[in-house]
Ligand binder design. Structure first.
Ligand code: DOR
Length: 445
């Protein structure tokens, strides 16, 4: 008897750990059950992927979905809806909500809120604060938690670990890889007058300058090495940090964002004003090119969107009262596919950064690879599709994108979450069925 499947995806060019190969995927019980030539197999449903590429769903390990407390900007339903429309099947959500996510109770609350409302799988960070640094081990161990996040520099919200003594305590508690927002708070406090005096977002990268980023990254690397703790340095923005991090690959992994790889100062501030304001800032083209060298040389491990929505009304406040951050979960994949189209990176390297890398550095169980036995989290992309990013397409409650009007080549055309088609040709299908991501137990290692 031939095997039967719930879904067979036929004829696509799949990016598997073997490379790019024309292979059918047989899906049963939400998992990839077979990879190979499956003509003649019985299937409840068949998806013809001829002319398309089949990738593992994107795992976006840095999103801010604002629930609870700031639901006028985003919530877990709208944020995850944007995710699946953009080919993202798992998100890790940041702790700077209201209240902040600082312990097991707040993680449990977010998990309960996501149940029946999340369109994709998810996990939540616990944030380090001055009053919980010695209790992070307990919080990072609860199901549905992806680890600890430390803000070394203040950004949206009040989570902050500004000094080395507290940072050392935070990094001493627990054993999982710690995600770091690396900007030096004391230096930025000294320099805030630069932003106030300028009154325009062009000053953002001068206020939060290269030295602010480099100093914090050196500080956290020194303490991580002293303690033997693994860290993940988020949204790297400087050429200098890429060089520094290249010397610490044994303890530190590296994230860059599509916006830092695509936009540059001063042009982005001329064109977008405060919409281009984020922390750490978009900098001059030399840094963008330095980040690209980090991508091509292998120093960068992961792409994260740092989806950080604020309403247009909030963004219209005069700089620097305007909040920092821009939405991005929905545009991560199309923006990066366009870079593939332009020859800046290979499709395989994109999959490495968007799916394999997140799985590897966070020890996610059974996600991020097109292999037998893993969750059937899949995105079908049309590398030839060409269109501009339109505001109407954006699902975020914030209702805008810094990439509006940009014509991109390469778009997701279907998103599959654990075997269920949840987006096809830009239409959402089914009901929210996201569940918490699971993690490999690394206690024995
Ligand atoms: O620009 C940013 N906005 N950077 C961050 O680190 C936080 C984020 C937010 O939550 O708005």
């Amino acid at each position: 008897m031939t095997d039967s499947y719930d879904l067979v995806i036929t004829g696509g060019r799949a990016v598997t750990p073997n490379g790019v190969e024309t292979v059918d995927l047989g899906i049963r019980g939400g998992r990839i059950a077979a990879l190979g030539a499956l003509e003649g197999a019985r299937a409840a449903q068949t998806l013809d992927a001829r002319g398309l590429h089949v990738l593992p769903g994107v795992i976006d390990t840095q999103v801010h979905f604002r629930e609870p407390g700031l639901e006028h900007k985003e919530d877990l339903e709208s944020g995850t809806r944007g995710a699946i429309m953009g080919g993202v099947t798992t998100v890790f959500e940041m702790p700077n909500t209201r209240p902040n996510t600082t312990g097991p109770a707040e993680i449990a609350d977010k998990l309960a809120r996501a149940r029946g409302r999340a369109w994709c799988d998810h996990a939540f960070f616990v944030g380090a604060a001055m009053d919980n640094v010695d209790r992070l081990a307990e919080a990072e161990g609860v199901p549905g938690c992806c680890g600890v996040k430390i803000f070394m520099g203040a950004s949206t919200g009040n989570l902050l670990v500004p000094d080395d003594a507290t940072l050392r305590r935070a990094l001493a508690s627990g054993r999982r890889r710690v995600a770091i927002h690396s900007e030096d708070e004391p230096r930025m406090n000294e320099r805030r007058h630069i932003a106030e005096a300028a009154g325009r977002p062009h000053a953002h990268c001068e206020w939060r300058d290269v030295e602010s980023a480099v100093r914090a990254t050196r500080r956290v690397l020194a303490i991580a090495r002293e303690l033997g703790r693994q860290i993940h340095v988020l949204h790297i923005t400087t050429e200098e940090e890429i060089a520094i991090l290249a010397e610490h690959r044994d303890i530190a992994t590296v994230e860059v964002t599509p916006q830092h790889l695509t936009l540059s100062a001063p042009e982005c501030y001329d064109r977008l004003g405060t919409l281009a304001q984020m922390n750490p800032p978009i900098r001059e083209a030399r840094h963008r090119e330095g980040l690209w060298r980090g991508v091509t040389s292998g120093v960068v491990d992961v792409l994260g969107s740092d989806h950080a929505p604020h309403t247009l009304e909030e963004k219209a406040k005069p700089y620097p009262q305007s909040p920092s951050g821009m939405p991005g979960v929905q545009t991560l994949l199309p923006v990066m596919l366009d870079h593939v189209h332009r020859g800046r990176l290979s499709l395989e390297r994109l999959v490495d950064l968007a799916s394999h890398g997140p799985q590897r550095i966070y020890n996610i169980a059974c996600k991020g690879r097109l292999v037998v036995g893993y969750d059937a989290d899949i995105v079908l992309v049309d590398l030839k599709a060409k269109r501009a990013v339109a505001r109407e397409w954006i699902e975020s409650k914030s209702g805008w994108s810094p990439f509006e009007g940009l014509e991109l080549t390469g778009w997701p055309v279907a998103t599959i979450l654990r075997g269920q088609i949840v987006m096809r040709d830009g239409q959402r299908l089914g009901v929210p069925m996201g569940v918490p991501a699971r993690f490999l137990d690394t206690r024995a290692s």
